[in-house]
Write a protein that binds this ligand. Structure first.
Ligand code: PLP
Length: 403
């Protein structure tokens, strides 16, 4: 009998984590590597939040808490949804987990029966299809091309929905493309969803605060209140407050779904860290200038990277509305040969050659379901970004495009 279950055999390890690990290994061997593959802010957690974490330890808040979040953190989340999104939830409609990742995982595990379909616009965050597969569901991937601004169109959504569709996962601004849906674009999608009352919406709003050029973030339950009773609005503190290691994410949804997710969590991880919950409460209730400051830094870096990449032969890089990623096309490099003689047949070959020849770690587009592209996370210093762009340019200029 095989040791590893069929269920686990359906999924693969996270390719973004794999690339980050490979870059770290090469660095440990003494290579000069610039890592642009990790999806986390390079800032420290804000001071008031760090202090809250220390206080939680000193005050003895170190015991089990309610399984899906302390009452005071749930209250802070209720207030956050009211203040920032105009959404009216009660604490019983809130759940807190170990990162946004656990919220998504709980929701899919709690709701998918074998063969249930989940519509996932591509390029997508790497974990969505694997979580769906693990839960026994069927990912229905809808390509959203560079020409479409990497956004799902109402027509494509309509065409993807079948009687087996249980969820649509919508991530705005998106990892990996940075594309965000404005109110009109979101409304056009919610209109389709109103016609299909069996479809639930999982709104992954984790990059809500990282938006640029005055782009106004919106979320489905806010844009179409009639959908609220079949939306799970997911968010977290990881990206907004540079708290990736603290592992706190949360969701808001109708009570039966929240109760089902809590039941699952009660038999798996139980409560997220009590210390982190207290710190997350301080992040949500405290001063919010940190968000504005980090947004300004990210916007500057985005502009630097987009401008630099668009000077590279064979690369086309649109300007994203948010998050801290760009998702350039390398259609112009396919079929070329790198300076060291590697044939660039696809985006994986491109990313490997770039790492080997120039020491720049990026993630290839196939990992996100849309090729030929690659993802850069620009959550690193301006100096590193300037150097990385110069290396990518040298790589592209060194490519031989043949006859
Ligand atoms: N959703 C998206 C789109 C993400 O990029 C990430 C993290 O990279 C998450 C959810 C999960 O974040 P966390 O579990 O750190 O809260």
């Amino acid at each position: 009998m095989a040791l590893i279950s069929d269920r686990l055999a359906r999924i693969k390890p996270s390719p973004t984590i794999a690339m980050t690990t490979r870059a770290a290994e090469l660095r440990a061997e003494g290579r000069d590597i610039i890592g642009l593959s990790a999806g986390e802010p390079d800032f420290d957690t804000p001071e008031n939040v760090r202090e809250a974490g220390k206080q939680a330890i000193d005050r003895g808040l170190t015991r089990y808490t309610a399984v899906d979040g302390t009452p005071s953190l749930k209250r802070a989340i209720v207030d956050k949804f009211a203040r920032e999104n105009g959404l009216d939830y009660t604490p019983a409609e809130i759940t807190v987990g170990t990162g946004g990742k656990q919220i998504l995982f709980n929701a899919l595990m709690a709701t998918l029966d074998d063969g249930d379909e989940v519509v996932i616009p591509a390029p997508y965050w790497v974990s969505y299809p694997d979580m769906v597969l693990l839960a026994g569901g069927k990912p229905v991937v809808v390509p959203c091309t560079i020409e479409a601004g990497f956004r799902l169109t109402p027509e494509a959504l309509e065409a993807a929905i079948t009687p087996r569709t249980k969820w649509l996962i919508l991530n705005s601004p998106s990892n990996p493309s940075g594309a965000g849906y404005d109110r009109a674009q979101m409304k056009a999608l919610t209109e389709v969803l109103l016609r299909h009352p069996h479809v639930w919406v999982l709104a992954d709003d984790i990059y809500e605060h990282l938006v640029f050029d005055g782009f106004e973030f919106c979320t489905p339950a806010q844009v179409e209140p009639a959908l609220k009773d079949r939306v799970l609005t997911m968010n977290g503190v990881s990206k907004a407050y540079a708290m990736t290691g603290w592992r706190i994410g949360y969701g808001a949804a109708p009570r039966p779904l929240i109760a089902a997710m809590a039941k699952l969590q009660s038999q798996s991880t139980s409560n997220p860290s009590s210390i982190s919950q207290f710190a997350a409460e301080a992040a949500l209730n405290g001063p919010q200038d940190y968000i504005r400051d980090s947004r300004a830094v990210f916007q500057r870096r985005r502009d630097l990277v987009v401008a630099g990449l668009n000077e590279c032969p064979g690369i086309e890089c649109p300007t994203p509305q948010g998050a801290f990623y760009v998702y350039p096309s390398i259609a112009g490099l396919i079929g070329a040969t790198s300076a060291a003689g590697t044939r660039i047949d696809d985006d994986e070959a491109f990313a490997n050659a770039l790492l080997d020849e120039e020491g720049v770690a990026v993630v290839f587009g196939a990992a996100f379901g849309l090729s030929p592209h690659f993802r850069i996370s620009y959550a690193t210093s301006d100096e590193q970004l300037t150097e990385a762009v110069a290396r990518i340019r040298r790589f592209c200029e060194g490519c031989n495009f043949g006859g």
